[in-house]
Write a protein that binds this ligand. Sequence first.
Ligand code: SF4
Length: 466
Amino acid sequence: MIPVKDISSPYPPESVARKWLRILGNGMARHRRIILGVQWMVVVVYAFLVVAPAFLPLPDEDVHLWNDLTRFAQFAFWGIWWPFVMLSMMLMGRVWCGVFCPEGALSEYASRRGLGLTIPRWLRWGGWPFVSFALTTLIGQLTSIYEYPKPVLLILGGSTIAAVVIGFLYGRGVRVWCRYLCPANGVFALLARVAPVHFAVSEAAWNRAQREPAVDCPPLLDVKHQAGSGACHSCGRCSGHRDAVTLEPRSFTEGVVSLKSGKGMNWESITLLFGVLGVATGAFQWSASPYYVKLNMWLASLTIKLDATWLFNADAPWWVLTHYPEVNDAFSWLDGISITLYIMATALFMGLGQSLFLVVAQRIAGGAVAFWRLALALTPMGGISVFLGLSMLTLNQLRQDGIVLHGVADARIALLSLAVLWSLWIAWQTFDRHNVSITRRVFALPWVVAALALPAGSWALLFFVW
Ligand code: SF4
């Protein structure tokens, strides 16, 4: 077996960064009440912004986000919340989950008062993060969640109710929903690995320390081995436990390069290659794509040939397909089929294309590196892709209100370049960690570049060609 190199943090043991992070982590453990207060404040604001706009008439064209609740809620959710939560995952880990998330807080609250049933096997299935992410993304597009408040209530509100029900049924004071079913869990777990901070565990200190009562870890982790992993919510409750757990800095690559276990990694690779870089890419891009128009026209001619003209009717209810005739916006059944097929085709094209190039890279590297390791090297591209897609909503909404930001094209080029270089750096370090020779690395890396060219190229098409 080829030996795997050891890693070390780039920060000296007593650097200022380490000291302040340790103080912050221990503060999070000591001041649980403050975190709980913040969580309940977020719950109240979130509930108001999800529910209230759905019961108001649709806003007029001449209102702005500063004088209309619906427009404000739309901007708060899709212009600020989602893009910057994604960014925060890559910079701070899952602090959103552990400190702010209203669904997590409600699910845990329900779980403290619930039935405490054993978590069933079906719920632990490793494919849920991909399936729930893909389904909610697709339903969001079909119902135009970014534009209308009713689908926000349906999808975000429905997800919150499901979180409470699962919390009430299973576990005791934990977040079963967040660990297994939350539609964002898979994406968050991936992105948090590239964050430059994490809760690190010193095994030596852990083993030396006196026994202490087990930590009340919300996503049910084995703290000794999983604190700071992609599944860790960075809630800080275990900070200082057995004098072994501390909030620590690390490099932007270490969380991926140093992954030890192969368990569940195939699903993580699928979530990244077919979900974040596939389904989500299709969802962000279909409305501007000339290929979508071609697909829609081809399906329309097929519909006429087959005499299935009812597919042209735009009579589906709003919770199935976008249906707002009062503002001349309604999808026909044919539109719904076209959008679904386009998103599925994009997911397959991107997922299979990237996988193919990565398999070639893996073979050239001599098979010393598992496929999933190279797949997860594309994590920065996944995170920055989602941020670019969501920030399009931010920019569109600001433009509607007459606020035009300058330098957007340059910023997009810079972010895409950063995504490519960051991902390649992880791939290079992964090869290094597994002692792949320089010659093999040099021949394998262009195939990783080819895999990255698919998402990067799709964004370039959207931003600069279509
Ligand atoms: S391991 Fe658990 S308790 Fe510790 S920070 Fe992560 S989620 Fe919180």
